[in-house]
Design a binder for this molecule. Sequence first.
Ligand SMILES: Cc1cc2nc3c(=O)[nH]c(=O)nc-3n(C[C@H](O)[C@H](O)[C@H](O)COP(=O)(O)OP(=O)(O)OC[C@H]3O[C@@H](n4cnc5c(N)ncnc54)[C@H](O)[C@@H]3O)c2cc1C
Length: 398
Amino acid sequence: MARLARTAGLTDVQEEILSTVRTFVDKEIIPHAQSLEHGDTYPADIVEGMKEMGLFGLTIPEEFGGLGESLLTYALVVEQIARGWMSVSGVINTHFIVAHMLKQHGTPEQQQKYLPRMATGEVRGSFSMSEPELGSDVAAIRTRAVREGDDFVINGQKMWLTNGGTSNLTAVLVKTDEGAEKAHQNLTTFLVEKPEGYGEVVPGLTIPGKIDKMGYKGVDTTEMVFDGFRIPAEQVLGGHTGRGFRHMMDGVEVGRVNVAARACGIALRSFELAIEYAQQRKTFGKPIVEHQAIAFKLAEMATKVEAAHLMMVNAARLKDSGARNDVEAGMAKLIASEYCAEVTQEAFRIHGGYGYSKEYEIERLMREAPFLLIGEGTSEIQKTIISRGLLRDYQSRG
Ligand SMILES: Cc1cc2nc3c(=O)[nH]c(=O)nc-3n(C[C@H](O)[C@H](O)[C@H](O)COP(=O)(O)OP(=O)(O)OC[C@H]3O[C@@H](n4cnc5c(N)ncnc54)[C@H](O)[C@@H]3O)c2cc1C
């Protein structure tokens, strides 16, 4: 195996899982990614393969039928999958976040109801905070749930749901009337069950068609429209209203490690493609890798791949230790996504004109990388989180 992006101190089980996933990526994902992506085709066979490997239950505790693996194992798996095709990691990511939220915050009944079926992939999760008029400013959510007897009635519109059409359980953050002064204390997470598909899937709940995107194709991203949608009060995550913001922030904290891992995978693949191409392509009588300008680019790219990987691993291990990792996850997400954008750009340049051809993988990677600068919080939002965390720990004594 190549020397980049290795991780010291893994258990035999982790090594075995990673080796299985790496083989799956090389045989079942990389050879098909280009045509599926260009056709915007859902990777149904690949998803079935992931179900068979137990990846949908990777982090779900064994008592609920999962493999009970750590965030680190999950992140390393995601890094490998994204090395093959980022959209495939998108299929499991929202599922993983919802499973994490249920495991950490669900009532025993909710855990029993969903986690065993999530472990097999029968129940597939998506999550929704964003709305047409907000993404970064989560506390400004407008979609509202009002209590009516044993139910809540939800009205409003959500935006940008990854797996919105192909999931059947969505964790949705909406406003409830808690009377709290701080806006984020008036938010509640509901567990919305729905059939897969598009249109008015149940009375009062519509999933319009897929949003046409620049990259990240194959996996569906949708809106979700509530119009008098009734949901029983027992579907409030954790059984208490007003705690949704905390639930979601816990979800995105692990989600940020995941996005960092994806960025590592895409950067690694871009580097692999570039170093291969640079040894094949000749200009001025020698392979371009023998021009120092190209060799130095490769050295810088590899250093960025390695640095991002180490920070991603550090953030995952910290969360696994039980500590809060908001600053470290923010740093890992920030550096991995920014480096990923830079490394894909350099790999593209090394490919010369061919990098602009749809025949070459780098064209796809170039369109995937920018999403990582935005999803699970933009770079500006990561810097906000990091600087707030730093000020907590480095308070002036003056
Ligand atoms: C393909 C895709 C899939 C997605 N999937 C999901 C999903 O599954 N679930 C979900 O809930 N959301 C999802 N999102 C939404 C995503 O999380 C948001 O797009 C993201 O958080 C940014 O929000 P925004 O688009 O509203 O940008 P805005 O918040 O409007 O920001 C616009 C710009 O202003 C900057 N900015 C905003 N506030 C500040 C500030 N305080 N200081 C400095 N700069 C600031 C931002 O960094 C950005 O550059 C997805 C988005 C995409 C594109």
